[in-house]
Design a protein around this ligand. Structure first.
Ligand SMILES: [Zn+2]
Ligand SMILES: [Zn+2]
Length: 524
């Protein structure tokens, strides 16, 4: 193919090498020479004229297979689409997360056309606790993201950012690489505190340099603008949306007489406007994310939102017992109301949700060792439909970068990792069918889905995820009953499978038993 950019050339090479690698694992390497690639011109209006930019078609004809897309990244997805039709699956980052069937299915006999339902599907790779083998871990997380058909990958950690950014851009397989940082403190460095204490926020009558700033001080905001411009100049990223967020604390805003008249959200809006100015000074097309979470979850007071500022809504404090739009849940109802009001301010078209369904850190209370990630498959499916119903087309998910092997650890192994991106691609997924297939591929028996189902039901009544602290109800008892069922089913099944399938089930049972003990003690 001629006229490709360096980046597209790299994506295409990646597509070809992945195709060969996996076909070799399937012992049908010869098929690779019958697979051809084509990028459609922008003006193409033939039978595939409806393909979206990330979409692809697989066109079989006389034993040859043409993978067609409008973009090089679409060809990468097409390769995985073809490999999936042979029975391959990717459940987690890393070697263990790749499922390659013993006997591949036949390649498609008829044309396959696939287009993504949502336009922005991104992973926010959270922090870096990967320890040794860090580079390899970043690569594995990138590979998993592109195999799952996400299209953006954000680095959300402060250490070694520039080398990670370079690695991600070189190895992204067509993913757009961006950054997300809680960085207000760095944009107004503490060294300025002694000369300009009035630039910093007032708390209980005293200026403090811990978090954020005084957003009523024009000089402080000008300093933020300058530093945001400098920071943007140093960022080697693919996308022009920047997330330079407020500091990561629940509520630390200024109490000076001028700021006290402003809500936390309004203070955040002022901070983001100053940042946007700096970003635009470097990149006129640049955009800045306004993060609504914790104290900034309510919409800002002023209705004038500058062009280039887009909403990122993070339902961090939601209840996992109920679906997000369940009217019986006061906690979620309040969040949904905030979301709707924010959407009125910011508009739906460019707004995003920042979700935590798979945030191992959150569900482990940000402590080691990690705890079992709840099975929220139905909840994820329901929430994705809810967001789509509101007209949202941009969904991000936080994913903790974990040390090698931890994703497959029984505490963390969860069909949600692969299910979510499939739902973002096609919300009409058969969730139960997917879980049965996962059970067969990962645990060696479809019957494992009954274990997962019982555990999933327990997770929805687990006292850890209650609406309000007072609403303990029969949660612990019900959770204990369901977990006991899950543990028993798991134990029964262990005798029916062998090898690594058995090891995985034993690990799952241990994780479930731990939760059972907690539930029996009435403890979360
Ligand atoms: Zn102030
Ligand atoms: Zn609730």
């Amino acid at each position: 193919m001629r006229g490709l950019s360096v980046r597209d050339e790299r994506s295409l090479k990646f597509a070809e090498s992945e195709l060969r690698r996996v076909l070799r694992r399937l012992s049908i390497e010869g098929l690779a020479s019958h697979v051809h690639f084509q990028i459609l011109g922008r003006s193409h209006s033939g039978p595939l004229g409806d393909l979206k930019s990330d979409g692809f078609a697989i066109v079989p004809a006389a034993g040859e297979y043409q993978i067609v897309s409008r973009s090089a990244r679409g060809l990468v997805y097409g390769v995985y689409g073809l490999l999936e039709s042979l029975g391959c699956r990717w459940y987690f980052p890393g070697v263990e997360g790749e499922h390659v069937p013993l006997r591949p299915a036949s390649p498609p006999g008829r044309m396959i056309v696939e287009n993504p339902d949502t336009s922005h599907r991104s992973v926010v790779a959270f922090w870096d606790r990967t320890g040794a083998g860090r580079q390899e871990r970043i690569r594995e997380n990138l590979d998993f993201a592109v195999r799952s058909r996400y299209n953006c990958f954000y680095l959300h950690w402060p250490q070694g950012l520039h080398s990670a950014m370079k690695l991600a851009r070189d190895h992204g397989g067509g993913l757009d690489i961006g950054i997300k940082l809680h960085i207000a403190r760095q944009l107004l460095p503490t060294r300025l505190f002694s000369s300009h204490p009035e630039w910093f926020r007032l708390q209980d009558g005293k200026r403090t340099r811990d978090y954020n700033l005084c957003v009523s001080n024009p000089q402080a905001l000008a300093e933020v603008t300058r530093n945001a411009q400098k920071l943007t100049e140093s960022m080697d990223v693919d996308i022009t949306d920047y997330s330079y967020w407020q500091d990561d604390v629940p509520n630390a805003w200024c109490q000076c007489p001028s700021c006290s008249r402003l809500s936390s959200s309004e203070q955040n809006l002022r901070l983001m406007k100053a940042i946007l100015k700096g970003v635009k000074a470097h990149t006129p097309r640049g955009q800045v994310s306004y993060l609504a979470y914790y104290a900034t979850v309510a919409r800002p007071q002023s209705s004038r939102i500058p062009k280039g500022l887009f909403l990122e809504f993070a339902p961090h404090a939601c209840c996992y017992r109920h679906d997000l739009d369940d009217p019986r849940c006061p906690k979620n109802a309040a969040l949904v109301e905030h979301l709707k009001q924010n959407l009125e301010r910011f508009g739906t078209k460019t707004s995003r949700v920042f979700e935590y369904w798979l945030d191992v850190a959150l569900f482990s209370s940000y402590r080691s060792p990690v705890r079992r990630l709840p099975f929220l498959m139905d909840r994820i499916s329901h929430d994705v439909s809810f967001y789509r119903g509101l007209g949202l087309t941009e969904v991000e998910t936080v994913q903790w970068m974990l040390p090698a092997g931890v994703e497959n650890a029984p505490e963390v192994a969860n069909p949600g990792f692969a299910l979510l991106p499939r739902l973002l691609w096609n919300p009409r997924q058969d969730v139960a069918g997917f879980v049965r297939e996962f059970s067969r591929n990962f645990y060696g028996s479809e019957r494992a889905s009954a274990v997962l189902r019982a555990a999933a039901q327990a997770d929805r009544v687990n006292p850890r995820y209650l609406c309000t602290p007072n609403d303990r109800g029969s949660g612990p008892k019900q959770a204990a009953r369901l977990l006991k069922q899950a543990v028993e089913r798991c134990q029964e099944l262990e005798g029916a499978v062998t090898g690594h399938h058995r090891e995985r089930l034993v690990g799952l049972r241990k994780a479930l038993r731990y939760d059972l003990k907690r539930a029996e003690a009435g403890d979360a």
